[in-house]
Write a protein that binds this ligand. Structure first.
Ligand code: SAH
Ligand code: DHB
Ligand code: MG
Length: 270
């Protein structure tokens, strides 16, 4: 590790020690994952706290996660739900899904969490076919080349007020380096450009440095549908608008989340 990255990691650890404190459940989750030989690519402890806070602050009752691994971020978010809350997490690798189920059960969250094995694209299509009620918060963290597709699918499973979060969108700064043209960087750029171009969305990226190096998370809020949209953005085609959030009311949403026409954004400009 270079001096710079070691300093970033030291700051993460300093913050973790002061603000988070010990967490038996999440620590056990990582221990079990390491013993099972899963790659240590889960969100950091302070990132897990951020996810927890986003779930709490949004009042989410239904969370969708794409990319479970051993259930670390899953548990951090599921614990922040009210008792009747639900989290659905999609995981390609059956072994990861098994390890995650055991971790979720140990955390006492088995009732609240459903882990669906299989390719996320298929599980997302399945959720739509089933007529799943809209999710209040979606966390994207599976294969990065899938992000553009996952965004479309997530929007189809959203409502006005839904919060979208996506990990690993800065990639050591590669997104802003024209020379970087590999499939992952290209897909992440497409994903971010889609966030910026969709009139339903208000989005930002929070760049981060820490134990996971230099990366960042995108955070977006789904506003009202095209009928009460922000000033038009030309790169969004009419086809894309068809997938707008399915309700304008707010039937299943948490209290206090704007869903009705009374809460209109004032515009995306300064
Ligand atoms: N969110 C987890 C980390 C996820 S790592 C945490 O922070 O704790 C990414 C996960 O996505 C891996 O477990 C990988 O198996 C899974 N994945 C990769 N491609 C996928 C796909 N097409 N569908 C669903 N999951 C996928
Ligand atoms: C990888 C995936 C992640 O979601 C992450 O946060 C870090 C690394 C990976 O696939 O290497
Ligand atoms: Mg990640």
């Amino acid at each position: 590790m270079g001096a710079e990255t070691e300093r970033w990691a030291a700051v993460d650890r300093w913050i973790e020690a002061r603000l988070l404190g010990p967490d038996e459940v999440l620590e056990a989750t990582n221990r079990v994952a390491a013993e099972a030989g899963l790659p240590p690519i889960q969100v950091s402890a302070i990132q897990a706290r951020l996810l927890e806070l986003l779930v709490r602050a949004s009042g989410a009752r239904r969370v969708l996660e794409i990319g479970t691994l051993a259930g670390y971020s899953t548990i951090a978010m599921a614990r922040a739900l009210p008792p009747e809350g639900r989290l659905v997490s999609l995981e390609l690798d059956r072994r990861h899904a098994e390890v995650a189920r055991a971790n979720v059960a140990r955390a006492g969250l088995a009732e609240r969490v459903e882990i669906r094995p299989g390719p996320a694209r298929e599980s997302l299509a399945e959720l739509s076919r089933e007529g799943a009620p809209p999710f209040d918060l979606v966390f994207l963290d599976a294969d990065k080349t899938g992000y553009p597709d996952y965004l479309r699918a997530a929007l189809a499973l959203s409502r006005p007020g839904t919060v979208l979060v996506a990990d690993n969108v800065v990639r050591e700064g590669a997104i802003a380096e024209p020379k970087q043209t590999d499939a992952v960087v290209t897909a992440v750029r497409q994903f971010l450009e889609a966030l910026g171009a969709d009139p339903r969305l208000r989005a930002t990226v929070v760049p981060m440095v820490g134990v996971k190096g230099y990366d960042g998370m995108a955070i977006a809020w789904v506003g009202p549908g095209p009928a009460v949209s922000w000033p038009a953005v030309s790169s969004v085609g009419p086809g894309d608008r068809e997938t707008s959030a399915r309700t304008t009311e707010n039937k299943s949403g948490p209290p206090g989340v704007p869903g009705g026409p009374a809460h209109r954004p004032t515009g995306r400009g300064p």
